[in-house]
Write a protein that binds this ligand. Sequence first.
Ligand code: PEP
Ligand code: MN
Length: 338
Amino acid sequence: MLIVMHNWATEDDINRVKETIQSMGLKPVAIPGAERTAIGVIGNQGWVDDTPLSGLRGIREIIHVTKPYKLVSRDFHPEDTVVELAGGIKIGGDSPFVVIAGPCAVESRDQLFQTAEFLSSMGIKVLRGGAYKPRTSPHSFQGLREEGLRILSEVRERFGLAVVTEVMSPEHVDDVAESVDMLQIGARNMQNFDLLREVGRTGKPVMLKRGLSATMEEWLASAEYILVEGNHKVILCERGIRTFERATRNTADLAIIPLIRKVSHLPIIFDPSHATGRRDLVEPMAVASVVVGAHGVMVEVHPDPEKALSDGAQSLHFEEFERLNKALQNVSECLKKQ
Ligand code: PEP
Ligand code: MN
C-alpha cells in the first residue's frame, strides 16, 4: 500500500499517518519527493484494510500495490537510485556509462594481473572475475575459491580498481564482502532467498543477475529481498534468458532495459557476453544496450581466450575489448549530444 499525501500536509499529518500504520502492525517507509510526500507500507502479507486511515488529515490518495515488490518500484521511490562503489564510481541515474570487465574466472595471479593492468591502461575502473564459479557440470573448473578471493583483493589494492565477484552460498558472504567492492548474485542463484537476505545484510553493493528463465516480476521480487534487509545498493543485470533459440547461448532481452527503467528506480546494466555466448556478438549488443538506456555493461575479457578455463568462446581478446570500449564511448557521447 502506498499513501500519497497532499503537498500541503504538515509534519504532524505525516506523523499521524505513520503512527496509525504502526498501530496496524505494519511498517511505514517515508518516501520524500520533490512534489509530494508518500508513505509506503510494508510488512503486509496480502490486502490491507485501510479503514483506520480513512479520515486522517492530509491524505490525497491510497494506492493498493498488488505486485510482489514495492521498495524497488518507482511508485515507492520516484527518483533514480545511484549506487556508488569505492573510488567514487557511480552507477545509475545520469552517471556516465560504466564498463565492467574482466575474465569469467580468476585462473591465476598472472592472468588476473595481466588483465587488470590492461584494463587500467584503458581507463576501466571496475574489474570482474569469478572466484566461486557456478558450473553446469561438477567436472568443470569450479574456480580458485579462497585463493581467487586473495588474488582479487591483491589486484584491487595494486591497481585501485573496484572489484565485483560472485558469491554462491550464504556462508561465504562475509568473506567475499571483505575482499571485494560489489557482490554478484549469479543467474542460477537469483531465487536463492537465503543468499539474497544475507547479501542484503552486508549493506554492500549487490549486482543481481536475471535468472535463466525469470520473468521481470520474479527478478524484481528477488531484488526486493535485498532491499527489505535495508540494503538499497542493488544493480540489476540483464544477461539473456532461456528461449527456444539455440543459435545464441541465451536470448538477449534488451526490451527489458527501458521497461525496468520505467518500473523501477534501480540501475540496470547489460552483460552481452553471457547473453550471446559469442565474442563476435558482444560489441554490437553492448552498443545496442547503450542506446536502449542501460547504465553500463559487464563484459568478459581474457588475455588468451582460447585457453580460458571457462567461457572462452564469449571472452574478448584485449584488442577486441579496446575496440568495444571506443565504440561504447563514441555512442555514449553521441547520445549525450542529442
Ligand atoms: C558470470 O558472470 O560469470 C556468470 C556465471 O554469469 P550468469 O550467472 O549470468 O550465468
Ligand atoms: Mn562467465
